[in-house]
Design a protein around this ligand. Structure first.
Ligand code: ZN
Length: 476
């Protein structure tokens, strides 16, 4: 027993020291390690496998929308950034710049992409001639670099992985529709694949993407009640099309400026999974993206026939497309239970001589820790259904947790009290920057998204007429 409890104790308590819990979990489950350059991370195989599953799910959704993948260069001439005034101002403090290469000072400094609107806009200007070339929808899976002062694995690192979609349309209506469509794709994916309930909505001017007409965000509540921006979709209007000269000859013979969008999610999503579902035993992974969906732990492994039965079960599950591991190491079953629980594997099967004789297996769910017996002869059906149930229940449990922590506030005191006790706070806002800044200064909470379709009488700060209801929260 000593060995088992010792294992669990290696992770800090989730309620009393959440930041340390997070660090312990990401390192000890081997999702990630720190890179030699401050602020960089190494995504280890167990973490990268989650990212691959995220990619697979999202990529098929993008392609259904007619989006194609491509790849653009990492290095962008600095002059490209100055073409869109807001964009350069927004990104200047975070851009890493290459000034020397091949032992010589470069004639023009080159930015390491923090995002690719400028280089993609430049290429689109060349590729788009007429209305027949539209809409143009391209996505790229790549790395980006934003020089950050304080960093945490997956949540904020200098270099991270993401996808950035960039589309061009002939009308504003069509571009706005695409912006909304991708936001919906993200929401459906977050809920059905990551089991993370999200709130989507428009961002305030202060919080929008540098150079966008409108930014829509998807916000998720983490275990400590803070918000994590899990994805964004931007309607760029004609801002970038004007700056990069994306023109097309329309059906009526007139030359027109196009409308563009961009949208992205990143490896932050892995941080969101960890902080939405994790508990004191470690990770709890949603089956759709879990690298290992099911682990088989032999009981009394040395008894005749046990390992053979486990291997046969593994082969059967594998054949049905279930990602399964047989842990036949010489560690004790108790040690293995803790190890795989910490790694968040959704379903554990225990199989011993008595189970085999009775034609049964014992399945333990990671999310609820419940155990039930199933007949061995229908193992594939039983495990598949159980994985589906875990996936559905994880979303529902996260939704209940989140919804119980959304409160309303009438004034600044209410906002402060709300966020200090780990809630999302809905409050009326007049729409002026001063009030938004005052909330940030006083409560450390920022405007996450507008609560669509909701109304309030008064601004919680100045008492003037409220233009919007905004969800305020402290954020990662
Ligand atoms: Zn106000």
């Amino acid at each position: 027993m000593a060995k088992e409890t010792q294992f669990v104790e290696q992770i800090a308590d989730i309620e009393t020291d959440f930041p340390q819990w997070y660090t312990d979990v990401v390192l000890k489950t081997k999702l990630v390690d720190y890179g030699p350059v401050k602020g960089t991370m190494v995504i280890r195989p167990y973490g990268y496998a989650i990212w691959e599953n995220i990619q697979k799910e999202l990529d098929s959704r993008f392609k259904k929308d007619g989006v194609e993948n491509a790849y653009f260069p990492l290095l962008i001439p600095m002059s490209f950034f100055t073409k869109e005034a807001e964009h350069v101002e927004g990104f200047a403090p975070e851009v890493a710049v290459v000034t020397v290469a091949g032992g010589e000072k470069l004639a023009e400094p080159l930015a390491i992409r923090p995002t690719s609107e400028t280089i993609i806009g430049t290429m689109y200007s060349k590729w788009i001639q007429s209305y027949r070339d539209l809409p143009l929808k391209i996505n790229q899976w790549c790395n980006v670099m934003r020089w950050e002062k304080t960093t945490r694995p997956f949540l904020r690192t200098s270099e991270f992985l993401w996808q950035e979609g960039h589309t061009v349309h002939s009308t504003s209506e069509e571009a706005e529709e695409e912006t909304q469509k991708m936001l919906e794709v993200y929401k459906e994916f977050a809920e059905n694949c990551l089991a993370i309930p999200v709130i989507t909505g428009k961002k305030t001017e202060k919080e929008k993407f540098a150079g966008a007409v409108a930014t829509y965000g998807m916000e998720a509540m983490m275990h400590d009640g803070k918000s994590l921006q899990a994805g964004t979709s931007h309607y760029l209007g004609q801002n970038f099309a004007t700056a990069f000269d994306i023109q097309f000859l329309d059906k009526d013979g007139a030359h027109k400026t196009a409308y563009t969008t961009s949208w992205g999610v990143s490896t932050r999503l892995i941080g969101a999974i960890i902080m939405t579902h994790g508990d004191n035993r470690g990770l709890v992974l949603p089956p759709v993206v879990a690298p290992v969906q099911c682990v088989i732990v032999p009981i009394a492994a040395r008894k005749g026939g046990v390992l053979e039965a486990c291997a046969a079960l593994k082969a059967e599950l594998e054949k049905a497309g279930i990602r399964v591991v047989l842990d036949d190491s010489d560690n004790s079953p108790g040690w293995k239970f803790n190890e795989w629980e910490m790694k968040g594997v959704p379903v554990r099967i225990e199989l011993g001589p008595r189970d085999i004789e009775a034609g049964k297996m014992l399945c333990a769910r990671r999310d609820t820790l419940e155990k039930s017996e199933y007949p061995l002869e229908n193992a594939v059906t039983a495990v598949s259904e159980l994985l589906g149930t875990v996936q559905k229940d994880m979303l529902e449990a996260a939704r209940v947790r989140r919804d119980s922590r959304i409160v309303y506030a009438e004034d600044m005191d209410g906002i402060l009290k709300g966020v200090e006790t780990g809630n999302f706070v809905k409050a009326g806002w007049c729409g002026c920057r001063e009030c938004e800044d005052k909330i940030k200064e006083t409560t450390a909470a920022s405007a996450r998204v507008y609560a669509e379709g909701e109304t309030a009488e008064k601004c919680a700060v100045c008492g003037k007429k409220a233009e919007h209801v905004v969800i305020f929260a402290r954020a990662y």
